[in-house]
Design a protein around this ligand. Structure first.
Ligand SMILES: [Zn+2]
Length: 213
């Protein structure tokens, strides 16, 4: 559901730009609201959420989909953990669809989906691994890298139940906003993928804004 926000960027307590192919890791406190802004359009932000108190509790696509009875994420979606606790709620969304089924790109999937020579291309899983290696203070390990949300990515389910990577429906300035319901660690790979339409074949930056309320 398309819902605009009344929050003003000037009142944000932090603004962070993530360049194309780069990562972000940081904490959002309970009650704070995070906006992910697609600056130039058609960009996938591959995102994982963890409980800041215990990173073995993390975002779960299965619990989220089951509880809301829908495979797409948009305004009103409550993102649930693997302990079925509410972690964040989407409170505004001007894009309208975010994928939680397609998973993130990896060098291995690049070889299976595209070509053996694509193995050396930068992929989201590499960015996450770099993030947790450079920031051990969050206590996140390789085994905690699990299924993720692809904000702004369009992966429609066909009538036969198939998944297809479609051209993005996002556009410059579209955003999604989430209010944290517990203290969470946010880990984002701003997707560098060049072999499918998820970034419009041209990865671009996104911006994160946080408000205290
Ligand atoms: Zn990716």
């Amino acid at each position: 559901m398309l819902t605009a926000s009344t929050r003003q960027p000037e009142q944000a307590v932090s603004r962070t730009r993530i360049d194309a192919g780069d990562y972000y890791i940081g904490t959002v406190k309970a009650g704070q609201t995070l906006r992910i802004l697609d600056l130039e359009g058609n960009q996938a932000a591959d995102t994982l959420f963890y409980s800041a108190a215990d990173p073995t509790e993390r975002y779960s696509a299965m619990d989220t989909i089951r509880e809301q009875g829908n495979v797409y994420l948009t305004t009103g979606s409550v993102l649930r953990s693997n302990e079925n606790r509410p972690m964040l709620e989407i409170v505004a969304d001007t894009c309208g669809r975010h994928d939680t089924l397609g998973g993130a790109c990896a060098t291995e999937s690049n070889t299976v989906r595209y070509d053996l020579e694509k193995r050396c291309m930068h992929a989201c899983r590499d960015s996450w691994m770099l993030a947790i290696a450079e920031h051990p203070e969050y206590g996140i390990t390789k085994r905690d890298i699990s299924h993720n949300i692809n904000f702004f990515m369009n992966v429609p389910v066909t009538e036969a139940g198939g998944l297809t990577f479609e051209d993005g429906i996002s556009a410059p300035g579209k955003y999604v906003e989430l209010t944290a319901l517990m203290d969470v660690v946010v880990l984002i790979s701003n997707c560098p993928q060049l072999n499918n339409p998820c970034n419009g074949y041209n990865p671009t930056p996104v911006e994160l804004l946080v408000w205290n309320e």
